[in-house]
Ligand binder design. Structure first.
Ligand SMILES: Cc1ncc(COP(=O)(O)O)c(C=O)c1O
Length: 385
């Protein structure tokens, strides 16, 4: 059966993961080797040196391509190494159009690494197609979006933005970290490249840092060249951890989504909360679009705490099950303060203008029992009211 006709979980568990040809090992082994013995110079079995290629990493890359319905996948040492490899395809003078609400590290690499090198990034506070139309110019070579965005969970219309980008002669790159390929497959909606921090839902257990890029062969060939030339690759153990995480992605995501949905409904009525940002709520401006382009609404919720910064800081140190920590997408629930943690690299005035105030708290809802998570949040909220 062609993998493309198989269901998501079948692909997650099997693609790229045939039994090991030399030993029959059912699970892809961790090929802890930097080099490969050749029968004669240049006569090898497809691998020469592990920066260039490693069988454990290759299994992960093949599986990632199948999950995102792309032609080729490449794994990187982190999400930002993946982002870097994509942006490095541009030339000084080129422009990138992006929604203003995006991961702080992506903003930092655009502004502090690529801007001095000559790349121009334009941002729109309005993530609708009209907002993007206003910042796309004849020099725009890439449109970069996240959806849902980090941390305000805005929903960006992938299909319409892809059309708009292509008309302008640009490619569309989608950071699909928050949704995961289980909930949303941007390439099927017209995107050219998909980027992941595999540190998050794909790895799923907060025990590995990694990244990935997936896309069409013609776009991936120069990125593969860059991957080898610049060398930001994951080791075999990290590749294996992500591959192991991927096997349970679908069942984990179903539980993340169910838990987040229940908590968001409850938080929306809580007297300690002034606003809930969650695309699953019918009141969310991107709700209908999320229903159209996503399988479900994801496991991330942001909330504005009524007590502002003081309330938020107190709340985050009162939860017991939600750990106060950066990152997201693991089986355990996390709480974080975007303005001082994940988005601290955005200057304060810009951050405020973008709606990331000091009372905003981001929740990565894990797969624990939802009643325990609700009791934990309720107890912390009552301690600050
Ligand atoms: C949406 C998003 N993209 C990219 C990254 C960067 O990934 P990494 O931390 O693996 O470099 C993050 C990290 O939090 C993220 O949230």
């Amino acid at each position: 059966m062609n993998p493309i006709d198989q269901g998501f979980s079948t692909r997650a568990i099997h693609v790229g993961q045939d039994a090991d040809p030399t030993t029959g090992a059912t699970v892809v082994p961790i090929y802890a080797t930097s080099t490969y013995t050749q029968a004669a110079p240049g006569q090898h079995k497809g691998y020469e040196y592990s920066r260039t290629g490693n069988p454990t990493r290759a299994a992960l890359e093949t599986c990632l391509a199948a999950l995102e319905c792309g032609e080729r996948g490449l794994a990187f040492a982190s999400g930002l190494a993946a982002t870097n490899a994509v942006l490095a395809q541009l030339k000084p003078g080129d422009e990138v159009a992006a929604a203003a609400d995006l991961y702080g590290g992506t903003f930092r690499i655009l502004e502090r690494v690529f801007k001095p090198w000559g790349l121009v990034a334009r941002y729109t506070d309005d993530p609708s197609p009209d907002g993007f139309r206003k910042i796309v110019t004849p020099k725009t070579k890439m449109v970069w979006i996240e959806t849902p965005t980090n941390p305000l969970l805005q929903i960006v219309d992938i299909a319409t933005i892809a059309e708009l980008a292509h008309k302008a002669g640009a490619v569309l790159a989608v950071d699909n970290t928050f949704a995961s390929p289980y909930l949303q497959q941007p390439i099927k909606l017209g995107a050219d490249l998909v980027v992941h921090s595999t540190t998050k839902y794909l790895g799923g257990h907060s025990d590995v840092v990694g990244g990935a890029v997936i896309g069409r062969k013609d776009l991936m060939t120069p990125i593969a060249f860059y991957q080898n030339a610049a060398g930001g690759v994951p080791g075999p153990f990290d590749s294996w951890l992500v591959l192991r995480g991927i096997k349970t992605l679908a069942v984990r995501m179903d539980r993340h989504c169910a838990n987040a949905s229940k908590l968001a409904d409850w938080l929306a009525k809580h007297p300690g909360i002034s606003r809930v940002y969650f695309p699953g709520l019918p009141s969310h401006p991107g709700h209908d679009l999320a229903k159209k382009q996503m399988r479900d609404f994801g496991g991330m919720i942001s909330v504005s705490i009524k007590g502002g910064k003081e309330g938020a800081l107190k709340f985050m140190t009162r939860t017991k099950l939600f750990s106060l920590a950066e990152s997201l997408g693991g089986v355990e629930s996390l709480v974080c303060h975007p303005s001082t943690m994940t988005h601290a690299s955005i200057p304060a005035d810009l951050r405020l203008a973008r709606g990331i105030d000091d009372g905003l708290v981001r929740l990565s809802v894990g797969i624990e029992d939802v009643d325990d998570l609700q009791a934990d949040l309720d107890s912390a909220l009552h301690q600050i009211m």
